[in-house]
Each structure stands twice: as structure tokens, then as C-alpha cells.
Design a binder for this molecule. Structure first.
Ligand SMILES: *Cc1c(COP(=O)(O)O)cnc(C)c1O
Length: 387
């Protein structure tokens, strides 16, 4: 089968089938069912320039190709590109833009994204905006804006934004829309069919899913855009090692079943938190009064495994609760099988202090894992008694 024909067949497969089969045919020489980890940095050529599709591993590697096809298929994308980290993927995307191109950044976003745009890509002016207010954005659209950077649900406040409405406005004004789909994953939300130009991921989180590999991913449909992204992927060289590609590919095979359990466990935790005397506010996209609930209900299959909440008794109570759990490990990162708890103000989002993206200091963020729900509820329940 030609590549285009093969892609068409694979797009008709269900999500779980694509996770396990896209890009992963048995090895033609040995029959190995599991994608081999190809460590070779160079590939023999039959004659000068006459090769089997691989020349040098920075430019292309068989394990990476399998993984790139797999995740592209999950996003419903024509193309996928793997990177050494989520931020390397974001950096590759930001290199598409020219000095003076303005970035519109949601006013709640991953702290590292904010740092990359404001401290590294200093030639790109940026404005932090409230993406919940699409009409306001249409009214006050800065004429030099060339890129909307959209995270939904956001990290750590879990706000959700209407991907379709924002893409339609941005395209009308000649801007590109990038969606950071790390929190939702392609199982819960597919931004490209909703109009996004580029999807980025920290594969370190749910795609890898086991807290054992750092990685990033870019998915896109437009051939011209992808050609430029591939040029920079090779020219700047922030590619992942074959072993990392193998780990992420292996992790993503079980994405659907993991996400279902993450979502149902998160609901059990939300049931504990809503109405609890120590809690000021529960942040979870399924709650009807949550900012962006309607957008989430429209564009997501389910509401995800991340839950945030604020404490009535303020910052010290938040710090006490974060330190008092036993099953929820105190640590940064998210999206893996084990449950994690953290204090964004002093941990993941410390770099946003004093900026428009600063987070409340009584906020706690949970990455709800796939352990037995009752055990997680009991653990968080005892920790909340210390609030
Ligand atoms: C972690 C994260 C990133 C950065 O990814 P790394 O793999 O840590 O470089 C980007 N966006 C979101 C939403 C994240 O959670």
C-alpha cells in the first residue's frame, strides 16, 4: 500500500486500534511484533543518495517514524513530529514566526510556555488574554497578532476554551492557532478537525503515561507548514532518542483505557471535594459552573484526570494538604498511572509569579492516577483533615 492509501485506511480504524497498530506493522525482516529500538545513527546506502528512507538518525529514525505515525493517527493528523521534550516541540513551532509577530497567550497556561515565549523568544511580543471572552477578543484584536497559543483545559486552573470559535476568529484575522493538547490528550479532544493549525504535546505526561520519559510532539495537517516544521526539527536537532520514542510509543498504546480510568477516578475525587468544609472552590471542567464548561462539554469526550481546588484556610492549609497525602505523591508533572499532588504557586508555576499568569497561593493541583478510586478518596480525605 502507498503511504496515502495506508493513511486513509488507518483513519477509518477506531482510536484504540490506531493506538496499537498505526505505524507498527510487524518488522519485515524478523517478524518482531514489537517495534524495534533502532539505535543505528547511520544507514547503509546502495548507491550515493539511494537509501531505504533513512540516512542519519537526527533526520529520521525507524523507531521515531513508527511513534510519529502512531500519535499523528491518534490526533487525526496527516503528519507528526517527535521532539526531545514538550518545550523543544513548542520552541520548534515558535521558530516559524518572524520578529514582531505578536503571540496571544491565554492568561492561564503552563509556566514553561510563558517562560519560553517571554524570556527566550524575546523578539516575539506577547499579550496575555482572556480566551473565555471571544467577543472581547474580536473587538480588541491586536493588528500585529500572528499566533494564538491555546491551552485547553489550562494548567493549572483547568479553564476550557471554545477551540472552534477561536480558530474561526483567528483565521479570519490571518493568525495561526496552536493548541497545547497535553491535558486532554487526543483520546478526549482532537483540535485539528475543530480548526486548529498545529497541536503540541508534552509526551512526558499522558501520552507516555508512566513518568519514565520526557518527550514532545507536534501534529499538523498543512503540508507547507509541516515542511517548515520538519526543516527546523532537522536543522535545530531537538529530536528524541530511539529509546525514548519506544517508551512513548509503548505508553500511548494504552492511552484510551488509561484515560477512561483517569476520568472516572477524577470524578470520585470531585465528589469528595464538592461541599467539603475545607474547600473554597473545586476546579473541574465537568462542574456546570466551571469556566468553559460548555466548551468542554461540546468538544471533549470526557473531562480528564486533572482536578484543582482552593482551600478556605489559605496558603498554609494548601501547603499542609499537599504534604499530608500518602498515595498522592508530592511532585511536579502529571498524567501518569500514579497519583500526584502539588502546590502550583511554589512548584510548577513559580516562574509565573508576578506575571499576568500568576496562580492563587491557596491552590492545590491533583493528577489523579489509575489506582483504586476508594483508596485515593480515603487518602485525600485524611489529608484534608489537616487543612
Ligand atoms: C509539561 C508541560 C509542557 C512542557 O513539556 P516538557 O515535556 O516538560 O518539556 C507543556 N505544556 C503543558 C500543558 C505541560 O503540562
Amino acid at each position: 500500500m502507498g503511504e496515502i492509501e495506508e493513511n486513509a485506511t488507518q483513519q477509518q480504524w477506531g482510536f484504540d486500534t490506531r493506538a496499537i497498530h498505526s505505524g507498527q506493522q510487524p518488522d519485515p525482516t524478523t517478524g518482531a511484533v514489537v517495534t524495534p529500538i533502532s539505535l543505528s545513527t547511520t544507514f547503509a546506502q546502495d548507491g550515493v543518495g539511494n537509501h531505504k528512507g533513512f540516512e542519519y538518525s537526527r533526520s529520521g529514525n525507524p523507531t521515531r517514524s513508527a511513534y510519529e505515525s502512531q500519535i499523528a493517527a491518534l490526533e487525526g493528523a496527516a503528519h507528526g513530529l517527535a521532539f526531545a521534550s514538550g518545550l523543544a516541540a513548542e520552541d520548534n513551532v515558535l521558530r516559524l514566526f518572524q520578529p514582531g509577530d505578536r503571540v496571544l497567550l491565554g492568561n492561564d497556561a503552563y509556566g514553561g510556555t510563558y517562560r519560553l515565549i517571554s524570556k527566550v523568544h524575546t523578539h516575539l511580543p506577547w499579550t496575555a488574554i482572556d480566551l473565555l471572552d471571544v467577543d472581547g477578543l474580536a473587538r480588541d484584536w491586536p493588528p500585529d497578532a500572528k499566533l494564538v497559543w491555546l491551552e485547553t483545559p489550562t494548567n493549572p486552573l483547568l479553564r476550557c476554551f471554545d477551540i472552534e470559535a477561536i480558530c474561526s476568529l483567528a483565521h479570519d484575522r490571518g493568525a495561526v492557532v496552536v493548541v497545547d493538547n497535553t491535558f486532554a490528550t487526543p483520546y478526549l479532544q482532537q483540535p485539528l478537525p475543530l480548526g486548529a493549525d498545529i497541536v503540541v504535546h508534552s509526551a512526558t505526561k499522558y501520552l507516555g503515561g508512566h513518568s519514565d520519559v520526557v518527550g514532545g510532539f507536534v501534529a499538523a495537517d498543512d503540508d507547507g507548514l509541516v515542511q517548515r516544521l520538519r526543516f527546523t526539527q532537522n536543522a535545530a536537532g531537538a529530536v528524541p532518542a530511539p529509546f525514548d520514542c519506544y517508551l512513548a510509543l509503548r505508553g500511548a498504546k494504552t492511552l484510551a483505557v488509561r484515560m477512561e480510568r483517569h476520568c472516572s477516578n477524577a470524578r470520585a475525587i470531585v465528589d469528595l471535594l464538592v461541599g467539603h468544609h475545607a474547600i473554597e472552590r473545586v476546579l473541574y471542567p465537568q462542574l456546570p459552573d466551571h469556566p468553559g464548561h460548555r466548551a468542554a462539554a461540546k468538544q471533549m469526550r470526557d473531562f480528564g484526570g486533572m482536578v484543582s481546588f482552593t482551600l478556605q484556610a489559605g496558603r498554609d492549609a494548601a501547603l499542609r494538604v499537599a504534604a499530608a497525602t500518602e498515595l498522592f505523591t508530592l511532585g511536579e508533572s502529571l498524567g501518569a498511572v500514579e497519583s500526584l499532588i502539588e502546590h502550583p504557586g511554589q512548584m510548577t508555576h513559580a516562574s509565573a509569579a508576578g506575571s499576568p499568569l500568576e496562580v492563587p497561593d491557596n491552590l492545590v493541583r491533583l493528577s489523579v492516577g489509575i489506582e483504586t478510586a476508594a483508596d485515593l478518596v480515603a487518602d485525600l480525605g485524611q489529608a484534608l483533615e489537616r487543612a
